[in-house]
Write a protein that binds this ligand. Structure first.
Ligand code: N01
Length: 578
C-alpha cells in the first residue's frame, strides 16, 4: 500500500523502523478521577486489528490506549475456545505480514492452526511488540460521544473510567457479537448452556452426558465431531444443511514451511493480488468451458487436497448458477457416499443455496460423525423446535432429554459489536439510528456524521470474504497513513461525505448483485438476526480492487472525505439521515 510512508516495497521490513512523529503527540495525561484520561488515539478491541493499530499508532509517535472487554488479547480467538476451533485459512497465511522478523521466527505446528495456537501467537505478538502496557483489559466500552466543540471522542466504560481522544478507532471485529436465539423456554433449561462464541475458559467435560447442539455453520461443523467423541449421546438440531469440504489438516511439513519462509514477501504480495487475499490456485476458466470429465478430475483433485479454495476451481462458480451447480452437485454426491443411512444423508445434503454463497466450511470428519451410533440428526426444518423445557428440547412431536446444550448459532456479524456501543456522532446522531436500514460507510472505514471515528474491516469493506488478517493490515495501514496526513495538515477532523458514502454503498450493492451471494440466507445479509435489515454488508469486489480504490482515495488527498477544522460547517443532521 502506498501512502504517507511510501510504498510497502521501499519500507524497511519491520515497520517499527518507521520515522516517529513525536512532535504531534498529545502526551497521555494522568488526571483526577473525575477527569477522563486523555490520549491521541483510543482503540476499541485488542484483537488482531486493535493490536496492529496500537503498534502503528506508536510508530506515529502518538499516545494510545486500547480498551478491551476480555482479560487477554486475541479478540475472536480469545472467545471462541470451543473444542475443535480451528482456522480455515492456512496458518502460513493467517498471520501478520508487517514484520519480517515475526514471520520468520514464529513456527506454526499444523497446516491449519488450532484456536489455542492462534491465541498463543496473539500473546506472543503482544509481548514482542510490548503492546500490553497500553491495553486496559476487563474494560468494556459502553458509550462513545463526539464532542463537536473540540473534535474529541469521549468514551465511557463499564468500570467507570472515561477516555478522551482525538481519534477513535473501532477494532471491534466482524464476528464478535455472539447471537443467542430467542427460543421459548431457553432460560428454563436446567443443564449447562454453552455458546461456541463465548466458550468457558475452564475445562468443560461432557462425557457421559446427553448433549444437544443447535447450529450447523462453521462453528457447529467443527464442534460436532468433538462433542460426539465425548458425549453419551449427541443430538444435532439442524435447520439448514451446509456445504463443507474436508480440511485435511496435518502437521506442518518443514519443507512447506521453509518454502514460505524463504519467499515470504513475494508470496504475501501475490496473496494480495488474489480476490480473497489468499494465495491459492485460482481457476481462470468457466466451469462450463471444460468437459464434464475434466471438471470431475479438477473437483476430485481439489477435494483430495482439502480446504475452502475448492470454490476457486473455476472463475464463475460464484457468478453463474449453472457453473455453481456442477460444484454443488459434486459435493452433494460426496456427502451421500459418506453417510450410511440414506435418509440421514438426504437431510445433510444442502439444497437451498449455491455452494459458496454462504461461507463454505472446512471440516474434520463432520459427515462421518453422523454414522456414529451415539449421534442423532434432528431435522428442525420439518419439525421446528417448539420449546425448550428444564429437561430438554421439544421438536415436532418428539422430546429430546438433554443434560447440556451447545449453541453454535453464530453472530450478529459486522455491525453487532458496534451497535452494542452507544456511538453518538455530530448533532446527537447515533450510529444505531443512522444504520437503522442497514450500515452506510465510505469504504467500510468511516461513516458520515461520525468524524474522526475509523472502523477496521467495517461493513462495506471486503473483510469477511478474505483472509481477515490481510484485510486488517490493509485497513490499519490506511488509517495510520490517513492520521499522519491529518497531522501534517494540522487538521482537526476528517469525515466521510454523504455523497461519497452513497456512491460507495451503491457500488457495494451492485458488486454483490452480480454474484450468487445474494441467493443465500446468510449472515453476510444479516438475515440470521431477527429484525436486522437485509443488506449485503461486505464488498465482494475483492482485495486488489478495494485496495486500489483505497490507495487512489488517499493519493487524491482523501477525496470523498471532508478534512478541516470545526469552524468549517459540516453537513446537517437531516442530510445525514436522508
Ligand atoms: O455461525 P453461522 P457460525 N434455531 O451463522 C443455526 C466464521 N467461523 O458461528 O442456517 C435453529 O454460520 C443456523 O441455522 P440457519 C465463519 O466466517 C470461522 O457457525 O440459519 N438454528 C446455522 O446453522 C462463519 O461463517 C471458522 O438455518 C439456528 C447456525 O445456527 C462465521 O464465523 C470457525 C437458530 C449458525 O451458523 C459464523 O459461523 C467458526 C435458531 N433460532 C466460525 N439460529 C473457521 O475459521 C441460528 N441457527 C473454520
Amino acid at each position: 500500500m502506498a501512502g504517507f510512508f511510501g510504498s510497502l516495497d521501499t519500507l524497511p521490513s519491520d515497520k517499527f523502523a518507521r520515522k516517529r512523529l513525536v512532535q504531534h503527540s498529545e502526551v497521555l495525561k494522568g488526571r483526577a478521577d473525575d477527569e477522563p484520561t486523555s490520549c491521541d488515539v483510543v482503540i476499541v478491541g485488542a484483537g488482531f486489528a486493535g493490536m496492529y493499530m496500537l503498534h502503528l499508532t506508536r510508530c506515529l509517535g502518538l499516545s494510545a490506549v486500547v480498551l478491551e472487554a476480555a482479560y487477554g488479547v486475541g479478540g475472536t480467538w480469545f472467545w471462541n475456545r470451543y473444542p475443535g476451533a480451528r482456522c480455515d485459512v492456512e496458518s502460513m497465511q493467517y498471520s501478520y505480514s508487517f514484520s519480517e522478523e515475526l514471520q520468520q521466527e514464529w513456527h506454526w505446528s499444523e497446516r491449519y492452526a488450532s484456536q489455542p495456537e492462534i491465541l498463543a501467537y496473539a500473546n506472543y505478538v503482544a509481548k514482542k511488540f510490548d503492546l500490553l502496557r497500553d491495553i486496559k483489559f476487563n474494560t468494556r466500552v459502553l458509550r462513545a460521544v463526539f464532542q463537536e466543540e473540540d473534535c474529541r471522542w469521549l468514551l465511557s466504560t463499564d468500570v467507570g473510567t472515561r477516555y478522551r481522544a482525538k481519534w477513535c478507532i473501532m477494532a471491534t471485529g466482524c464476528l464478535s457479537a455472539a447471537q443467542t436465539p430467542k427460543i421459548p423456554g431457553l432460560d428454563t433449561f436446567k443443564g449447562q448452556i454453552y455458546h461456541t462464541g463465548t466458550w468457558p475458559h475452564e475445562p468443560v467435560s461432557l462425557s457421559g452426558q446427553n448433549v444437544g447442539v443447535i447450529g450447523t455453520g462453521s462453528s457447529g461443523i467443527q464442534v460436532i465431531p468433538e462433542l460426539a467423541a465425548q458425549a453419551n449421546h449427541l443430538y444435532v438440531f439442524q435447520r439448514t444443511p451446509n456445504f463443507s469440504i474436508p480440511a485435511r489438516n496435518k502437521r506442518m511439513d518443514p519443507e512447506y514451511e521453509n518454502s514460505w519462509k524463504t519467499n515470504y514477501s513475494e508470496r504475501r504480495k501475490r496473496a494480495r493480488s488474489m480476490p480473497a487475499g489468499i494465495l491459492c490456485e485460482l481457476g481462470d476458466t468457466s466451469a462450463l468451458a471444460v468437459s464434464p470429465e475434466q471438471r470431475l478430475n479438477e473437483y476430485e483433485r481439489r477435494w483430495a487436497a482439502g480446504g475452502t479454495s475448492f470454490t476457486a476451481a473455476y472463475s464463475d462458480l460464484l457468478r453463474n448458477a449453472e457453473a455453481n451447480e456442477t460444484a454443488a452437485g459434486f459435493v452433494r454426491e460426496k456427502i451421500r457416499r459418506v453417510i450410511e443411512d440414506p435418509d440421514v444423508a438426504e437431510l445433510l445434503v444442502p439444497i437451498d443455496h449455491p455452494i459458496g454463497a454462504k461461507r463454505i466450511c472446512a471440516d474434520t470428519k463432520y459427515f462421518e460423525t453422523f454414522n456414529r451410533e451415539n449421534v442423532t440428526l434432528v431435522d428442525i426444518r420439518s419439525n421446528p423446535i417448539r420449546e425448550i423445557s428444564p429437561e430438554g428440547i421439544a421438536a415436532g412431536s418428539n422430546f429430546h432429554k438433554l443434560d447440556s446444550l451447545v449453541l453454535a448459532t453464530g453472530f450478529d456479524a459486522m455491525t453487532g459489536a458496534l451497535s452494542k456501543i452507544d456511538i453518538v456522532g455530530r448533532e446527537g446522531l447515533t450510529l444505531r439510528e443512522k444504520w437503522r436500514d442497514g450500515p452506510n460507510t465510505f469504504l467500510g472505514l468511516m461513516s458520515s456524521g461520525f468524524p474522526n471515528l475509523f472502523i477496521v474491516t467495517g461493513p462495506g469493506s471486503p473483510s469477511v470474504l478474505t483472509n481477515v488478517i490481510v484485510a486488517i493490515e490493509d485497513n490499519v495501514e490506511w488509517i495510520a497513513d490517513c492520521i499522519a496526513h491529518l497531522l501534517e495538515l494540522h487538521a482537526d477532523y476528517i469525515e466521510a461525505t454523504t455523497s461519497a458514502e452513497e456512491t460507495w454503498m451503491e457500488q457495494v450493492r451492485q458488486a454483490a448483485e452480480g454474484t450468487l451471494y445474494t441467493q443465500a440466507k446468510s449472515w453476510y445479509l444479516g438475515v440470521n438476526i431477527p429484525g436486522k435489515p437485509a443488506v449485503f454488508m461486505p464488498y465482494v469486489g475483492g482485495v486488489p480492487a478495494y485496495q486500489k480504490i483505497c490507495e487512489e482515495v488517499a493519493a487524491s488527498g482523501y477525496k470523498g472525505f471532508s478534512i478541516g477544522t470545526p469552524a468549517k460547517a459540516l453537513h446537517s443532521r437531516q442530510a445525514l439521515l436522508a
